[in-house]
Design a protein. Structure first.
Length: 71
């Protein structure tokens, strides 16, 4: 499960970020404090997702490609 979360963190973040305004709009009676707290949590999660993706990029840059031949 941890590998799934790590591999698909950006997609999961996008779903959560898209779902928050829909829930806030369609569910009546939600307290404003709850919506603001969830928005802050989404922003914090975005920072974590960015760091995960940055680490993946650094690992890919440092990885020696295989199967590539020079002409």
């Amino acid at each position: 499960m941890s590998n799934f979360l790590h591999d698909h963190s950006t997609r999961l973040y996008a779903v959560a970020a898209a779902a928050l305004p829909l829930v806030a709009f369609y569910v009546d009676g939600l307290p404003t404090e709850l919506i603001l707290a969830l928005a802050a949590a989404i922003l914090g999660t975005g920072e974590v997702v960015q760091r995960i993706e940055d680490n993946k990029t650094v690992k890919a840059l440092l990885h020696e490609p295989s199967g590539i031949t020079e002409d």
